[in-house]
Design a binder for this molecule. Structure first.
Ligand SMILES: *[C@@H]1O[C@H](CO)[C@@H](O)[C@H](O)[C@H]1NC(C)=O
Ligand SMILES: *[C@@H]1O[C@H](CO)[C@@H](O)[C@H](O)[C@H]1NC(C)=O
Length: 441
């Protein structure tokens, strides 16, 4: 009865809490303030009859029980909204998840899965030897959906709960609560990286353990074409880094501080792909992936800056884009009045050269058309507009066009010019004839 009373009191408190929480929610809920996160528990379940496995997904809640809170208050499960979602309570001080996960809950994807160590026992200081059983170790991966970071925590069931009543498959039931510690944490940020060519890029990967442990680190690149190659290997036993790719390095002195970051020097197009940072302690291995995308900005030029034409005259306008990567690029010619913000017309019938690739992997191409000057073009601007993933906003290069009427003087000049060149041609022909004449001897 007294327990029921305290629960009711707890619930009064929890209404108050929910109230303030929803107050915070309006300003964007933070994982740091709420210390809880909706998660998906994923496991594969063996079905004995069909001898198949099926993927099981359950909604659970991750709760960080901070023993290290400044106000000395700890989050008790009674303070939670009275729903029946299974709770994974993690002793936060063991592995610091929070400093890495201070973002809006809406942006975080959280998955918890059992971690199978096969028959290997995980020997972890301070952990019961039974921690090697299939029900003891879990991974909790929190991913920022916009690529800011990923954090993977290894969770291990707390010792006081070792008397497992059902040694079979672990499946959290309605309203159940489980207590964990997080003795190993691996973090990478950002997980999507862009770089130009010939730059030095850091791919950040950090880890922390609850005791000074022998750690092994590997960096592996899965290239776009599908090749997987090992770049670096650090062995905690020998305290040496074995470099297998000349432009990739790790800072040896940084590794004991939990810094496994990779420095890639002088980037090339073929460095593009998925990088894996594999951190192994005892028999636990965490893999964090980082996408590297190479992007190089195009240089855009047009063949003239301004044109002064006579009605009817023709001129080729060429827009050349050089040394960009990747090859998807949008190039348009626009016709617009010089001093107006009217929506420009897109010039049709544009011809394009094919993409040419340089030895460094960058592409070049051009778009052109033949402009036949008409009086309507006078005071207009022809603009080459280029959009490319490497550009924060499109690049524009303009040609201003002036068109004069073909007046009688202009006609006269044009005729005179023509007559002049005709005479010149005749004279030339005559000369050629006379020199080509067979000599009389
Ligand atoms: C790529 O190669 C081209 C042609 O050799 C060169 O002009 C360009 O500057 C190079 N780009 C980079 C980023 O090195
Ligand atoms: C890891 O070490 C490198 C090299 O000293 C440094 O630039 C980087 O900021 C370090 N990363 C972290 C997370 O401390």
């Amino acid at each position: 009865m007294s327990r029921r009373g305290s629960l009711a009191a707890g619930c009064l408190l929890c209404i108050g809490l929910v109230g303030t929480l929803s107050g915070i929610r309006a300003a964007g809920p933070g994982f740091r303030s709420s210390r809880q996160l909706p998660c998906v528990f994923e496991t594969s379940k063996f079905i004995p009859l069909s001898k198949e496995t099926e993927l099981v997904r359950l909604h659970v809640r991750l709760l960080l029980s901070g023993t290290g809170r400044k106000d000395g208050q700890t989050f008790l499960p009674e303070n939670l909204p009275p729903d029946k979602i299974p709770l994974f309570i993690v002793q936060e001080s063991s592995g610091d998840i929070l400093p890495y996960a201070n973002e809006d809950i809406e942006m975080l994807d959280c998955r918890i899965s059992p971690y199978y160590t096969a028959d290997t026992q995980v020997i972890w200081p301070g952990r019961d030897i039974r921690a090697s059983s299939s029900n003891s170790w879990f991974t909790c991966t929190i991913t920022h959906t916009a690529g800011k970071y990923t954090t993977t925590a290894f969770l291990v069931r707390d010792q006081e709960q070792k008397e497992n009543p059902n040694p079979g498959q672990f499946l959290p039931g309605i309203g159940e609560q489980f207590h964990f510690s997080a003795p190993l944490l691996v973090h990478s940020s950002p997980t999507r990286r862009r770089s130009g060519l010939a730059r030095d890029v850091w791919l950040h990967c950090a880890f922390s353990t609850d005791h000074p442990a022998e750690v092994s680190i590997q960096w592996v690149l899965q290239q776009k074409g599908g090749h997987r190659k090992q770049l670096l290997a650090y062995s905690g036993a020998s305290r040496r880094v074995e470099g297998l790719a000349p432009r990739a390095e790790m800072v040896l002195e940084e590794i004991p501080k939990g810094n496994a970051s990779l420095l890639l020097r002088n980037t090339e197009v073929r460095d593009e792909g998925t990088y894996s940072c594999l951190v192994s302690v005892a028999s636990l291995t965490a893999e964090q992936t980082i996408q590297l995308q190479i992007e190089e900005k195009p240089t855009v030029t047009v063949n003239v800056n301004s044109l002064s034409l006579v009605e009817g005259e023709q001129h080729k306008l060429v827009c050349t884009v050089r040394h960009y990567y990747p090859h998807n690029i949008q190039v348009q010619w626009l016709r617009e009045p010089k001093d107006s913000w009217k929506v420009p017309d897109v010039v049709k019938n544009i011809l394009s050269s094919s993409h040419r690739q340089s030895s460094n992997g960058t592409y070049s191409s051009s778009r052109y058309f033949l402009l036949t000057a008409s009086l309507k073009d006078d005071g207009h601007r022809y603009t080459c507009r280029v959009d490319h993933p490497s550009l924060p906003s499109p690049v524009r290069r303009s040609v201003t066009v002036e068109v004069r009427e073909a007046t009688s003087t202009a006609w006269l000049l044009l005729l005179l010019g023509l007559a002049g060149s005709l005479l010149g041609a005749l004279w030339y022909l005559h000369k050629v004839r006379s020199t080509a004449k067979p000599k009389p001897y």
